[in-house]
Design a protein around this ligand. Sequence first.
Ligand code: UT7
Length: 330
Amino acid sequence: MKAAITGVHGFVPDYILTNEELTRMVDTTDEWITARTGIKERHILRGEGLGTSDMAVEAVKGLLNKTGTSPEEIDLVICATVTPDMTYPATANIIADKAGIKNAFGFDLNAACSGFIYTLVTASKFIESGTHKKVLVVGADKMSSIVDYSDRTTCVIFGDAAGALLLEPSKNGYGIIDSILRSDGSGRQHLHQKAGGSVRPASRETVDAKEHFVYQEGQAVFKFAVMNMADVSVEIMEKNNLKSNDIAWLVPHQANLRIIDATARRMGISKEQVMVNIQRYGNTTNGTIPMCLYEWENKLRPGDNLILAAFGGGFTWGSVYLKWAYDGNN
Ligand code: UT7
């Protein structure tokens, strides 16, 4: 039995942080940000007491509404996030509570920017095994809660967003066909958050040293990302005998336009076949891939071959090959 995506929805908060506004906060320019990353603006969740689950619930409610699914029918919720509402309980549980989902179990999955595809593959196993019938796959991050807005090397990159997919047993044979997921913990030194975990719990010192923010060695991550996201995407094509013109869409994690372009070039596919919205949202970590699927939904047709590809801290990386299962226009 195959697991098929049967609906997708996304949400971004209203406030738009432009490159121009960033030039008034740190020593940067619109030209630098555009040339090095492809980003023009990003959305930021503002408001006291609002967290990742508040964006995710908007995506989930929209998804349940458009697919005609009642909250009681959902039997599993998995949330990919690096910015949970709290260390515990899982944000998936909070989302379920706020959305009126009463008959599901839920948990969070953390694989940094690869979290959404890890979660999609994990969720698909519950469908394929026959134990679960309607699974919510959520990818959501309030990156603004862990970004230092005085650090120009990271604050220009990230934004806030949430996306949600409904996964069900396939009715027409289309769905998730194959995946390759990888991780290498020795890469953790290049991209991490230094404090707030059990090794270095929060203290006055960790706050003063700004250790609760994203720490990233951009160039090291860039090199690893270019090589591995392209490699794993080509590998899944070869494994499934896919030529470049068999692929309808590449759906890449939106971390940097140059990384996306390099991956597409290695796969031999044209820019027209690549979903890119980084210019409007920046890197929303677990929100990037579902936000792309949401925005391109009305162009997707049953049987379209999609390659999803991601790369992130850990290091983690991977690709998913699926055949789109429904007419996104309906
Ligand atoms: O999704 C999770 C995975 N993360 C990623 O995939 C991120 C991968 N890395 C990247 O996307 C890029 O490395 C960055 C966008 C983070 C940085 O771009 P880069 O082309 O690698 O720049 P760089 O770090 O080599 O810095 C080049 C110069 C430096 O100045 P000097 O030393 O040459 O004088 C930086 O200080 O650019 C400077 N710089 C900036 N200048 C203006 C760094 N950030 C900025 C900025 N504005 N915002």
